[in-house]
Ligand binder design. Structure first.
Ligand code: IPE
Ligand code: MG
Length: 227
C-alpha cells in the first residue's frame, strides 16, 4: 500500500492525511475482494524499515493501527472476515499487542476472506524466524531439512501461495515483502497511489493477471496438452 505521503503532498496536505485516506482505500478494497470472491488478501502496512521514519509519523501510524482495530473489528467479524497480523509484534506497545491478539481470536473461525496485515514485517525476518522456530522444536533438522519442514513455521504457512502481487505508488520493487511466498506470483505494478486505488483499479489488476499464462517452469505446449 504505497504512495500515501505523495498523495497528500500533491494536495498540499500533511503526510498523515494520506495515511488516513489509505485506511479508507483498504476498506474499499477489502469489500471489493469479498464481493469478487478473493479468499486471501495480504497487505503490507508497515515494514521493519519504516521505524526509520520521523518519530511523529511512526507514532501516528501506530495510533492509526490501534484505532483501525478498535473501530473496524466488529464489522470485520460481522462480515465473516478472518483477521491475521504477521510480523514481529514484540516491538509494539502492550495495548496494541493485546488488541491484535483479541482481534485474531475473535475472528479466528470466520470462513470468508482471510485479511492479513503485515506490520513490522520483513520477508527475510520471516524466513529467519521460521528457521529458528523450526530448529527450536526439531533440533535434529539442523543438518538437513526440506521446504515442507519449514512451511508450517512461515507466517503465511497455512495459506496458499499468492496468485497476484500488486504494488501501488509507482516503485518497481518487492521491498522485502513475502520473499519466500512470491516465488511464482504474478507481479503487477501501478503508478496509482494507494489512497486513489479503488475497485476499478483492483479490477484492472485482476484483468491483467487473467491474461497471463502461469507455466510454473513448464512450456506452453505442455500446458495446452494437459487441457
Ligand atoms: C505507504 O505510503 C504507507 C506506509 C509505508 C506506512 P508512504 O508513506 O510510503 O507514501 P509515499 O511513498 O511517501 O508516497
Ligand atoms: Mg512509500
Amino acid at each position: 500500500m504505497d504512495g500515501n505521503g505523495r498523495w497528500a503532498k500533491r494536495r498540499l496536505m500533511p503526510r498523515i492525511m494520506g495515511h488516513q485516506r489509505g485506511v479508507e482505500s483498504l476498506r474499499v478494497i477489502v469489500k471489493a475482494c469479498r464481493e469478487l470472491g478473493v479468499k486471501y488478501l495480504t497487505v503490507f502496512a508497515f515494514s521493519s524499515e519504516n521505524w526509520r521514519r520521523p518519530p511523529d509519523e511512526v507514532s501516528f501510524l501506530m495510533s492509526l493501527f490501534m484505532k483501525m482495530l478498535e473501530r473496524e473489528v466488529a464489522s470485520i467479524h460481522e462480515n465473516n472476515i478472518r483477521l491475521k497480523i504477521i510480523g514481529n509484534r514484540s516491538f509494539f506497545d502492550e495495548k496494541l499487542q493485546r488488541a491484535i491478539s483479541d482481534a485474531e481470536a475473535l475472528t479466528a473461525n470466520n470462513t470468508g476472506l482471510t485479511l492479513t496485515i503485515a506490520a513490522n514485517y520483513g520477508g527475510r525476518w520471516d524466513v529467519m524466524h521460521a528457521v529458528q522456530q523450526m530448529l527450536k522444536e526439531h533440533p535434529g533438522l539442523a543438518t538437513s531439512f526440506t521446504e515442507s519442514d519449514l512451511q508450517p513455521y512461515l507466517s503465511m504457512g497455512d495459506a496458499p501461495e499468492p496468485d497476484l502481487f500488486i504494488r501501488t505508488g509507482g516503485e518497481k520493487r518487492i521491498s522485502n515483502f513475502m520473499l519466500w511466498q512470491l516465488a511464482y506470483t504474478e507481479l503487477y505494478f501501478t503508478d496509482t497511489l494507494w489512497p486513489a486505488f479503488n475497485r476499478r483499479a483492483l479490477e484492472l489488476a485482476i484483468a491483467s493477471y487473467q491474461h497471463r499464462e502461469r507455466r510454473f517452469g513448464r512450456t506452453s505446449d505442455q500446458l495446452a496438452a494437459n487441457k
